[in-house]
Design a protein around this ligand. Structure first.
Ligand code: ADP
Length: 217
C-alpha cells in the first residue's frame, strides 16, 4: 500500500514536471518566435515602463496643457525629467529658478517627476540624465513643422534618442504660455487653464512690475 502511494506521488510529480516543461517550451517559443502584435505590444509596454523621458520647454509659465502631457507621459514612462530651458535668445517673464520652483510646486506629490534647468544641446542633457526619450506635446498642425524639424535634428545629433509626441486633451489644445500671460496681464480669468498656484504667481508678477512688456517666444 505504501509502495503504491509512493509510486502515485512520483507519477504525479513526473506529470507536473512534464506539464511545466511543455508550458515553459510554449512560453519561450512564443516569446522568441511569435511576432504577433500582442506580444510586441507587451514588450513595448515593458520597455517603456523602464524608460526615463525628458520633457523640455520654456514653461513660462507651466499651463494645464503641460500638466496634462506630463500626466499622460507618466502612464507610459517610469520617470519624467521636466527640463526648463535657459535660452539667452528668449526673454522670459519668469526667471529660470522661478519656472523650476513653480513646476516643482505643481508636482510636489509626484516623486517620479524631476524638474531641472538646462542650457546647451537637449540631447546632451538627455544623455547626462540617462534618458533615451524626448517627450513633446503636439497641439495642432501649427506645432508640427517646428517639432518635426527639431525631432529630426535631435535624431541626427543622437540616433539613440527618440522623440515621443503626445496630444493633450482638447480642453488645452488651444492653450499656450504666451496666451496665458496676455490674458493675465489684461485681467482675464484663467480658471481651469493653469494651476491655481501659477495664476497667483502671474498676478503677483504683474502687480510687482506694472510696466512690464510681454516678449513673444
Ligand atoms: P509654449 O509653446 O506654450 O511656450 P513650451 O515651449 O513651454 O510652450 O512647450 C514645451 C512643450 O510643451 C512643447 O512640446 C509644446 O508643444 C508643448 N505644449 C505647450 N503648450 C501645450 C498645450 N497646451 N498642450 C500640449 N502641449 C503643449
Amino acid at each position: 500500500m505504501k509502495m503504491l502511494s509512493t509510486k502515485l506521488t512520483r507519477c504525479n510529480a513526473a506529470v507536473l514536471i512534464a506539464c511545466s516543461a511543455v508550458l515553459l517550451f510554449h512560453l519561450t517559443k512564443e516569446y522568441q518566435f511569435d511576432n504577433t502584435l500582442i506580444n510586441r505590444s507587451y514588450a513595448l509596454l515593458f520597455f517603456c515602463a523602464q524608460m526615463k523621458a525628458v520633457y523640455p520647454g520654456s514653461f513660462d509659465p507651466i499651463t494645464n496643457g503641460h500638466v496634462d502631457i506630463i500626466h499622460r507621459g507618466l502612464k507610459i514612462f517610469q520617470r519624467i525629467v521636466v527640463a526648463v530651458l535657459e535660452n539667452p535668445k528668449k526673454q522670459p517673464l519668469f526667471t529660470t529658478k522661478e519656472r523650476v520652483d513653480m513646476i516643482q510646486t505643481v508636482f510636489s506629490q509626484k516623486t517620479n517627476v524631476e524638474v531641472r534647468s538646462f542650457h546647451g544641446l537637449l540631447v546632451d542633457f538627455a544623455r547626462s540624465n540617462q534618458a533615451n526619450v524626448i517627450m513633446r506635446g503636439l497641439r495642432a498642425i501649427s506645432d508640427f513643422e517646428y517639432e518635426f524639424q527639431m525631432a529630426l535634428m535631435n535624431r541626427k545629433l543622437d540616433p539613440e534618442i527618440e522623440t515621443f509626441f503626445m496630444t493633450p486633451s482638447v480642453d488645452y489644445s488651444f492653450l499656450s504660455s504666451n496666451l496665458v500671460k496676455e490674458v493675465s496681464l489684461l485681467g482675464g480669468c484663467l480658471k481651469g487653464l493653469i494651476p491655481e498656484s501659477i495664476e497667483k504667481r502671474l498676478r503677483q508678477k504683474f502687480e510687482q512690475n506694472p510696466n512690464i512688456t510681454l516678449y513673444k517666444g
